[in-house]
Design a protein around this ligand. Structure first.
Ligand code: NI
Length: 138
């Protein structure tokens, strides 16, 4: 049976600030630069969710894309879109909301919702046109 990778793209806008509360203001600005701006800053984030599986013989599809879209929207996008990631999102409160930390938490949320025969393979989170992070769940 063929194994395929299928990707759904979703989008959200959010604000954040890179700040380590255990450090002095001076050290935060030294390490994070303008990303430590006290009044936060925004990004247009693009999230690519790649699942892995075999097409169901009855549908020809690895997963019902309506279902995948719903899982991502409910468990991730509605939680993050137009939010302040440092203040508004309970499941990001334990970490600095960098794209690295965000994507690890998003992985937990999506993988917990997928049907048993579909594996989460990769998440890619774009923060700017120059910067993105990839995560394979390791
Ligand atoms: Ni930023």
């Amino acid at each position: 049976m063929a194994i395929l990778h299928l990707t759904r793209k979703e989008h959200f806008n959010a604000a954040h600030r890179l700040w380590n509360s255990g450090w002095s203001e001076e050290k935060n600005f030294e390490v994070f630069g303008i990303c430590a701006n006290p009044h936060f800053h925004g990004h247009n984030f693009d999230l690519y969710v790649t699942v892995k599986g075999t097409p169901n013989p009855d549908t020809g599809c690895v997963i019902d894309l309506k279902e995948l879209k719903k899982i991502i929207r409910i468990h991730v996008i509605e939680e993050l879109d137009h939010k302040n990631l440092n203040l508004d999102v309970p499941w990001l409160q334990h970490c600095i909301p960098s794209i690295e930390n965000i994507v690890v938490e998003v992985w937990k949320r999506i993988s917990a919702q997928l049907p048993k025969d579909v594996l989460l393979h990769k998440l890619t989170l774009w923060e700017t046109i120059n910067n993105f992070v990839e995560y394979y769940g390791e």
